[in-house]
Write a protein that binds this ligand. Structure first.
Ligand code: SF4
Length: 365
């Protein structure tokens, strides 16, 4: 199974984007069902002159598959202890920031405070520390969240299939595991130590979660670590692999851009808003049924602009520190946000663009 995926990733990473002509972009835009080669064309420099027709097609597909709905959710950081050394993340093990983990009592208060804001979809996050936030801790946190929220997502370290099954039984609905970069050499450079060094273990985590029975998985690439075009094409190959593996699953993409952090170890390249727009339109056209989320790493103006053009999911009222919804936070921030708006402000922005904010689109059986 993994061999086929690795072969597709190798192909995507070697794709010659510079060789794409306007005729190939136009052919890709005229297709009803796109191959990965067509997506490569839409991601190419040649497609930069086709953003308007891409936006029109993306808008139509988004409307057909998702109507005018925009799901709203908020993340809750449970802990920021981490044994990894990711060169782009404030939580890397050597960074001397304030670390914390929510106790059961804190967690109950945090969940109540978030629910009081109107949220019914919550994403629980941790760094990678089996000692501080191991599977037992995650299971309890998931169970508590599932008691109050219609949908519970997890963005935690890669787990074994039976561990995902435990979390699914506790109420986990979806799991997000972002590969960060699909480029093996770059992956090795930015993950020099710790369990995250294991590229293939992380790569197959979404498949393990699906095999454990979760309803959906999210995959993503962190834009700015290296050349973004190969990473986005590889991300789509990963998404297609998961869709074949589990055709009924709810699948989604995320394409966060790097943000400033406390204690950054390295400088990375920039991806412009225009390039991010092209990426989002291209992914929407290639995978019309996939969810697409846009985090508070992006500015309010840019997030609002993307409503209706491909995005299906927005976060609001975000804190990237540990807890902080009910009293002071218990650990420093993972990154510095660009959109500080609370839920009412994001909800109003969605309505102002003629869309419907959705707090719950699922009822537990
Ligand atoms: S990206 Fe995740 S695994 Fe890496 S240092 Fe940050 S919290 Fe830890």
């Amino acid at each position: 199974m993994i061999e086929n995926l690795l072969k597709d990733l190798q192909w995507a990473l070697a794709f010659d984007f510079e060789a794409i002509t306007p005729a190939k972009v136009e052919k890709a835009l005229s297709q009803e069902r796109l191959e990965l080669t067509d997506l490569g064309a839409l991601l190419s420099p040649a497609a930069e002159s086709y953003l308007e027709p891409m936006a029109q097609k993306a808008q139509t597909l988004t409307r057909n598959f998702f109507g005018r709905n925009i799901d709203l959710y908020t993340p809750l950081y449970l802990a920021n202890h981490c044994v990894n050394h990711c060169q782009y993340c404030a939580y890397h093990q050597q960074n001397p920031l304030r670390r914390g983990v929510l106790s059961r009592e804190d967690l109950v208060k945090e969940l109540a405070a978030i629910k009081a804001l109107g949220f019914r979809d919550i994403l629980l996050l941790t760094g990678e520390s089996r000692a501080r936030s191991g599977p037992d801790y995650l299971e309890e946190a998931t169970r508590l969240a599932a008691g109050s929220f219609a949908s519970v997502g997890l963005e935690v370290y890669p787990l074994k299939t039976p561990e995902y099954a435990r979390l699914k039984a506790a109420g986990a609905d979806y799991v997000c595991v972002y590969q960060e970069t699909y480029q093996p050499d770059l992956y090795a450079r930015v993950h020099p130590k710790g369990p995250k060094k294991n590229y293939q273990w992380r790569l197959m985590a979404p498949a393990r979660a699906l095999m454990a029975g979760v309803r959906g998985v999210g995959v993503g690439a962190l834009l700015g670590l290296g050349p973004f075009r190969p990473d986005v094409l590889a991300l789509a190959a990963h998404g297609r692999f998961l869709a074949h593996l589990s055709p009924a699953a709810e699948l989604s993409y995320s394409t966060p851009r790097l943000r400033p952090i406390l204690g950054a170890l390295n400088q990375f390249s920039q991806v412009s808003e225009k390039e991010l727009l092209q990426i989002i339109l291209a992914l929407r056209i290639f995978s019309p049924s996939f969810g697409l989320s846009l985090s508070t790493r992006e500015s309010p103006h840019f997030r609002d602009h993307l409503i209706g053009l491909g995005i299906t999911r927005l976060s609001a009222g975000v804190k990237t520190s540990v807890g902080g919804h009910d009293g002071p936070s218990q650990g420093d921030e993972q990154f510095i946000k660009s959109d500080e708006r609370d839920v009412n402000e994001v909800r109003a922005a969605i309505v102002a663009r003629g869309h419907q904010p959705v707090f719950a689109d699922y009822a537990r059986p």
